[in-house]
Design a protein around this ligand. Structure first.
Ligand code: ATP
Ligand code: MG
Length: 504
């Protein structure tokens, strides 16, 4: 008989309340060296809170934490980091105006004899750290120029450079495409073989089945079970998590001969994308997919006027339009659900209701609220939207910064659905959203197109989502449209075939 393995980490009877509401109840969680232990649960179940207690970003109200069998009491995140606990956050913690290299060694950059930053050393060390994640990014790039996927890679590289023993990954793959996920998983396997313990949070069940050794399911702040992954299946996990089976609805087919909603011709933003042309019809859902960095988000930003294109033409409902900024786009009835919700999608210190109705107040919006009656209607609308999307909060007056990641995403989505834009561009609409709510988001997008005559352009790296929602799939690679597949011909293999196309 072999010795029972020694724990790397034990968390016992952890309690936590916010403003008198208990969000963790006597939570137990443990981790062995070289193990991937998955945390699973609905949006707001308490996953991130438990991990923030481990990394000392929050203080628990009760319970113990032991590392290598010894009780620990960290007073701040720096102490936890020094003990080998590293977190890759759901919301990036980067200083976006600094370079990749500066972010990698934030707080302890290599210094020269005069005590100043040794830039040469810093950039070389940064290059080494990036190589650990297989990235060839220029270390001098400012982080705010990077897409969401590259930022993730930088965060992971930073944790590896700190030689973490316990690595917390809070939805690390939320915005990654298959190949990048494969790459990340290779990395995780090599970390495991070095004895690193990994706590992995994700809403993508198929991923957990691939990478996890054990899983702990949280529901409303309770641990409802810990199992070896090999003894579970997706259906069982969903039932533990949401307390029922998942109902998948059919998405109705699009009607024939519908009028044009949006047409772009030869849209170009030098260095980002070139010569992009496509048409989106009323009632239609099309997807723009491709690898990270293919230029999908940039195209969306150009249509919305956030970063206008250099050349090309845009037509809305058949008429050529000039979109110089988001105000123009809003007036034309174009809504944009951004991938980077914390930066551009939300007013963090506004409450849920205010966020949901933000576009109504936008300068020059055609949606201005006119009377007291509108305000009442607004109240009803926001309540029913919050109910449909299962937004977990004490009330609609709760400031958005206090919501869990997935619940914040639901608020951004509700905002655009309520705005009744006629054209909705949705960049990663279900990023960070749990399986139950994801189904609801798909239903709302489908209703918006089919029943309310809206038109939807979805940008998504989640191929099952792309296949489920789209009437047509457009694939981008290297800033160009390289393929178009009607619903009947779209498969993951075909999409990937286009996406990996080499530049000619
Ligand atoms: N700083 C805070 N102040 C007040 N309430 C908070 C705070 N942080 C979290 N909460 C609340 O605690 C609960 C658990 O949130 P947590 O972020 O841990 O959920 P989660 O499981 O990570 O969800 P998601 O899948 O959406 O990321 C939620 O109800 C959330 O609103
Ligand atoms: Mg979370």
């Amino acid at each position: 008989m072999s010795e029972p393995r020694a724990h790397l980490l034990e968390m016992q009877d952890i309690d936590k309340s916010f403003f008198g509401v208990q969000v963790l109840h006597r939570m137990n969680f443990d981790l062995y060296p070289g193990e991937v232990h998955v945390l699973l649960g609905e949006n707001g179940a308490g996953k991130s809170t438990l991990m923030k207690i481990l990394s000392a970003a929050y203080t628990a109200d009760g319970g113990q934490i032991r590392i290598d069998g010894k009780p620990v009491h960290f007073h701040n995140p720096a102490e936890a980091r020094a003990a080998g606990i590293s977190t890759i956050y759901q919301h990036f913690s980067q200083a976006v105006h600094l370079s990749v290299a500066e972010n990698l060694f934030l707080g302890n950059p290599p210094l020269n004899r005069a005590g100043l930053i040794n830039w040469k050393k810093l950039n070389a060390a940064a290059r080494d750290a990036l190589a650990l994640v297989g990235s060839t990014l220029d270390p001098q790039t400012p982080v705010n120029r990077l897409g969401i996927g590259d930022r993730q890679m930088v965060e992971i590289a930073a944790a590896l450079a700190r030689q973490a023993r316990i690595l917390i990954m809070d939805e690390p793959t939320a915005a990654l495409t298959e190949r990048e996920v494969d790459h990340l998983f290779e990395l995780i396997r090599s970390l495991k073989s070095q004895g690193v313990g990994i706590i992995y949070i994700s809403h993508r069940l198929e991923e957990l089945m691939r990478i996890g050794d054990r899983v702990t399911v949280l529901r409303d702040g309770y641990n409802v079970g810990t199992y070896p992954i090999s003894e579970t299946n997706e259906k069982m996990l969903v039932r533990l998590m949401i307390g029922r089976d998942l109902q998948q609805m059919d998405i109705p087919r699009m009607g024939e001969g519908l009028p044009e909603a949006l047409r772009v011709e030869n849209l170009t933003r030098r260095g980002k994308f070139e010569d992009v042309s496509f048409t989106l019809h009323k009632g239609e859902i099309i997807s723009l997919t491709g690898l990270m960095g293919a230029g999908r988000t940039e195209v969306a930003q150009a249509i919305f006027g956030a970063r206008p294109a250099h050349s090309g033409r845009i037509f809305v409902r058949g008429k050529q339009v000039a979109i110089h900024g988001p105000g123009d786009a809003l007036r034309l009835g174009i809504g944009f659900l951004t991938e980077d919700r914390a930066m551009t999608g939300l007013g963090l210190s506004l409450n849920i209701r205010e966020n949901m109705t933000l576009p109504y107040w936008a300068d020059g919006s055609h949606l201005r609220l006119r009377s007291f009656l509108d305000l009442r209607a607004e109240g009803q609308l926001t309540s029913s939207m919050a109910r449909d999307l299962n937004v977990r909060a004490r009330s609609l007056g709760t400031q958005v910064k206090f919501l869990s990641g997935g619940n914040q995403q639901k608020v951004v989505l509700a905002k655009w659905l309520i705005a009744q834009s006629s054209i909705l561009i949705a960049d990663e609409p279900t990023l960070g959203i749990d399986v139950g709510a994801k189904e609801e988001v798909h239903r709302l997008l489908a209703d918006f197109a089919r029943m309310q005559g809206g038109a939807v352009l979805v940008i998504s790296s989640d191929l099952p989502e792309v296949l489920r929602l789209s009437d047509r799939v457009l694939v981008m690679a290297h800033g160009r449209l390289v393929g178009e597949l009607p619903r009947a011909e779209a498969t993951e293999e075909r999409i990937m075939g286009y996406a990996f196309q080499v530049e000619r």
